[in-house]
Design a protein. Structure first.
Length: 401
């Protein structure tokens, strides 16, 4: 058990507390002492499905998936497969010049789908720029995500229509937005919760530290969901933290838990637990989903320059989709007909996404100069003119065509 019992303080919003369900009573400390300078003993993590697809018991978190049905399991598998198919299509479209950039979620499907399906409709999500699976769970059309990476819109969806905020490119800033929103709904008397997604790299940003401080002091109903894929572009986690990331919550006075990020059931259970804490006035929680980015950081990155094939292959053996498929097959919850039908649906999604992107207009090359200053600016005008001359040079090279 890896939850840090660090929230013994009396919650400010305690009206919804139930006897015997406080975060303090349900948690046990398993913090490991540092083993040598700058190194920590590898902690255990919450796991309900092994890489081989075997269901394992967990006295603390089984209750949060006790009512899950075979249909629910097939739904989680479908979500992960379709999210991966969409992600693969987006990567291909970028390579073909249809998108300016793409941040793949390959390998992180379980963390996103598990946590995304734990949310209620009235909960609010603050993502970064890689939460394509969470967007899928919130009903955001995948083509809207691609429109942003193509440069034809700023997101393309109404955040309040799905309670899913627009993607945030500035690393870590969405944790402050989430904390402020959570403080606001507390004052409104709502019993909903907020979840903020960020990566291991963002955990080193000052905005995240500030969000932890404010959420703890004001007992904000927010879940900080860190997808630790172990590489902040080319920087490994051990170059950023002396302790496992979930233990950082201890210093701020709220619980932290590490979950197997490639286990969709464990992510579902732990996120449900954390959201329940938030809704019942027990304050923030840090969830560290320990996973792996199997692809590049973005399509502008070459991961072969900083990590080994052996490392990648070891994590591919823990593939979140293969893990659940093994469980479905072993338990008799899905047959070949189900997998074949899903493959057909997957290809149809890829085709729809591909056709939708290719039908999008080219972005306006000069839109970047608009709305920089309210009343215009001489330097912006100069830069616009220089860019116009640069664009015109291509027409000159083509003989004016």
């Amino acid at each position: 058990m890896t939850v840090e019992s660090t929230a013994a303080r009396t919650p400010r919003r305690s009206a919804g507390n139930k006897a015997g369900t406080t975060g303090t009573k349900r948690t046990t400390s398993t913090t490991k002492k540092a083993a040598g300078a700058g190194k920590s003993a590898e902690p255990a993590l919450v796991q309900l499905l092994t890489p081989e697809g075997k269901r394992v018991k967990n006295a603390e978190f089984d209750q949060y998936v006790a009512d899950i049905t075979a249909e629910d399991l097939r739904g989680l598998y479908r979500d992960m497969v379709l999210t991966r198919r969409f992600d693969a299509e987006a990567t291909a479209l970028q390579r073909q010049g249809e998108l300016g950039l793409w941040a793949s979620l390959l390998g992180q499907e379980a963390a996103q789908i598990g946590s995304g399906r734990a949310l209620r409709d009235d909960d609010y999500v603050f993502p970064t720029y890689r939460e394509h699976g969470v967007a899928w769970c919130r009903g955001v059309d995948p083509t809207n995500l691609l429109g942003m990476f193509r440069g034809v819109n700023n997101g393309g969806w109404d955040p309040n229509g799905n309670n899913f905020h627009l993607y945030t490119i500035v690393i870590g800033s969405q944790t402050l937005h989430a904390t402020g929103y959570a403080m606001g709904i507390t004052k409104d008397g709502a019993d909903s919760a907020v979840i903020a997604y960020f990566g291991d790299g963002a955990s080193s940003q000052g905005d995240v530290a500030e969000a932890f401080t404010f959420s703890a002091v004001y007992n904000a109903p927010v879940v900080f969901f860190c997808q630790n894929n172990q590489w902040a572009i080319s920087e490994p986690t051990e170059k950023q933290s002396r302790v496992p990331l979930y233990q950082r919550a201890q210093g701020y006075g709220f619980p932290g838990v590490r979950v197997d990020g490639n286990d969709v059931l464990a992510n579902l259970a732990v996120t449900k637990w954390a959201l329940e804490r938030a809704r019942t006035g027990e304050g923030p929680t840090l969830v560290e989903a320990f996973t792996y980015r199997m692809g590049a950081h973005t399509t502008s990155d070459d991961p072969t320059r900083y990590r080994t094939d052996d490392e990648r292959l070891a994590w591919e053996a823990k593939d979140p989709i293969l893990r659940l498929r093994r469980h479905l097959e072993a338990s008799g919850h899905a047959d070949e007909g189900f997998f074949a039908e899903l493959e057909t649906e997957s290809e149809a999604l890829g085709k729809r996404v591909r056709e939708a992107v290719r039908a999008m207009p080219d972005p306006d090359h000069f839109a970047i100069f608009e709305n920089v200053y309210a009343d215009g600016h001489a330097l912006v005008d100069e830069e616009r003119a220089q860019f116009a001359a640069y664009q015109a040079s291509f027409a000159d090279e083509d003989g004016g065509k």
